[in-house]
Design a protein around this ligand. Structure first.
Ligand SMILES: [Mg+2]
Ligand SMILES: [Zn+2]
Length: 180
């Protein structure tokens, strides 16, 4: 059976986003139902991977130790809910650094595909920003927009990649994936 993999954005999908960035573990707060949704995916045999832009590192707002601390809190919270986040891929760069990993560039997605040795065609990729959906579409993954975080604004601004599906939140995405 092929590997069932799903790629999630972090801020605005798993946890509440902030215009001031999530700069510490204390500022990382899960969106209700998101961790339980991850656990449901795991129980159904899915591997859950996070791909997140973290330009706050490149801007000097927080360092790698702090980012690791935030992710440790996220991993522990997922485990407490009965779930597991397999891996976190992040881009620490600012847009001025012109890297290939900052979404909408597809570098993180390509790295995930290489790590798991799978073609990302049709792999669901969940995000609340247009750039998440564009990175997904660039590698043939299936773009799924949640209306949490910046999602309402993203939907209103339009120009979503062809075939984007829209859901209220991650729990609704998971209900859709497990029911179809
Ligand atoms: Mg986001
Ligand atoms: Zn980058």
């Amino acid at each position: 059976m092929p590997l069932k993999l799903i790629i999630l954005d972090r801020d605005g999908v798993i946890n509440f986003d902030s215009a001031q960035f999530i700069k510490s573990p204390a500022e990382w707060r899960p969106i209700p139902g998101s961790l339980e949704a991850i656990a449901r995916l795991n129980q159904a045999g899915w591997r859950v991977v996070v791909a997140t832009n973290q330009s706050g590192v490149g801007r000097g707002l927080f360092d790698m130790d702090m980012l690791n601390g935030i992710h440790n809190k996220m991993h522990r919270a997922a485990q407490a809910a009965g779930g597991r986040i397999d891996a976190v891929f992040y881009c620490p760069h600012t847009s001025e650094q012109h890297c290939d990993c900052r979404k909408p560039q597809p570098g993180m997605f390509r790295r995930i595909g290489a790590c798991y040795n799978i073609d990302l065609a049709g792999v669901p990729a969940v995000g609340d920003s247009l750039r998440d959906l564009q990175a997904a579409a660039a590698v043939g993954a299936k773009p799924l927009l949640t209306l949490t975080g910046k999602g309402e604004k993203t939907r209103a601004e339009g120009n979503l990649p062809e075939g984007t599906l829209v859901f209220p939140d991650l729990a609704a995405v998971v209900a859709h994936l497990l029911d179809t």
